[in-house]
Design a binder for this molecule. Structure first.
Ligand code: DP6
Length: 349
């Protein structure tokens, strides 16, 4: 009815995922189709997460979006791709019921992260997963939605699921076989823990999208990586199934090191790791040497912040050593602070 302010709203949260086999490179920029499969662990819902509210109303004059308190352009091609795909599927579903009025209403989106955006902490992954999940709930879109999240930001498709999640590369040109699958739920390996060492909360100098484009265009090592990564993916899935932490840790660290070697091999080179990141790498290898076996693994995304994977029983001694060697956060951001993040048993959403 005209003049009324009726609206329908859905609010969801989605956690960050941190890859142990990283996505780096696209074969289709617009559909966001990767050049390799990837695998990640979805972190706990109460820690690093995005929270998104989506609303439709007859009174809304246009689609609008606010990110972390600031209005942003809704015209971003990735947001448009997501909105179009959600509306397309919602229309298809309701074709026989003469459509629902809300399908023709404008949408307002409000989203916030509880951690620094664009600092290499997978903010776009949680953000787009949350946006797609919330829109799917609002418009009653059912079935697989990780492929829609993928079209917002590749790594976002993995945050649709909890636990250990693989993003299947897919073979088809239209991307219909490139989506996320859960390899094992959180409950399979409840002792697994992640510690995020925030080395810097500054926005990274080279974003992942641009960085991987330049790597594909210029790095010779990238070709080697594309051939190697599917084998590592299969091996780490087997290690997860067997709960073989040593193999899990070795592959995780080697894969992260290789990604950053590719970044250095990119022209001009991309250096995401800083001196503190390198000290963290040294500390982890010292700990593992002293203990005689891999008890902790590091991995770095497109930024200097470290994610350490380890088992619950090792958290106190590793945390003690990290706190001993690195000061807690200072107001100037130097050097690190540490957050312990359990990977819980709950659903991703
Ligand atoms: C290093 O998913 O942010 O975190 O698809 O261009 O949005 P776009 O890239 P994005 O890249 C993430 C890269 C990574 C590795 C990973 O999470 O797998």
């Amino acid at each position: 009815m005209s003049g009324s302010c009726k609206f329908e709203c859905v609010t969801c949260t989605a956690p960050v995922n941190i890859a142990v086999i990283k996505y780096w490179g696209k074969k289709d920029e617009s559909l966001i189709l990767p050049t390799n499969p990837s695998l990640s662990v979805t972190l706990g819902q109460d820690e690093l997460r995005a929270k998104t509210s989506v609303a439709v109303s007859e009174s809304f004059k246009e689609d609008r979006i606010w990110l972390n308190g600031r209005e942003e352009s809704i015209e971003s091609p990735r947001i448009q791709n997501v909105l179009k795909e959600i509306r397309r599927r919602a229309h298809k579903r309701s074709a026989d019921s003469k459509g629902e009025s809300k399908l023709f209403q404008h949408v307002h989106i409000v989203s916030e992260n509880n951690f620094p955006t664009a600092a290499g902490l997978a903010s776009s992954a949680a953000g787009y997963a949350c946006l797609v999940y919330s829109l799917a709930k609002l418009f009653a879109v059912q079935g697989e939605i990780s492929d829609i999240a993928r079209q917002g930001s590749g790594s976002a498709c993995r945050s649709i699921y909890g636990g250990f999640v693989k993003w299947k590369m897919g073979e088809r040109e239209d991307g219909t076989d490139s989506y996320a699958v859960q390899v094992a739920p959180e409950s399979h390996w409840p002792e697994m823990r992640a510690l995020i060492l925030v080395v810097s909360d500054q926005k990274k100098l080279v974003g992942s999208t641009e960085g991987m484009q330049t790597s594909i265009a210029t790095s010779e090592l990238m070709k080697h990586r594309i051939n190697l990564v599917p084998k590592w993916t299969d091996e780490i899935i087997e290690a997860i199934k067997q709960k073989d932490f040593t193999t899990f840790a070795k592959i995780t660290m080697r894969e992260s090191n290789q990604l950053h070697a590719v970044c250095l091999d990119t022209y001009p080179p991309i250096m995401y790791l800083n001196d503190t990141s390198k000290l963290i790498i040294r500390l982890v290898h010292c700990i593992n040497d002293i203990l005689g076996v891999e008890k902790v693994a590091y991995t770095f995304d497109a930024g200097p912040n470290a994610c350490l994977y380890l088992l619950e029983e090792d958290v106190p001694r590793v945390l003690h050593l990290v706190k001993h060697f690195f000061l807690p956060a200072q107001s100037n951001g130097q050097p690190s602070f540490v957050t312990g993040i359990p990977v819980p048993e709950s659903e991703a959403f």
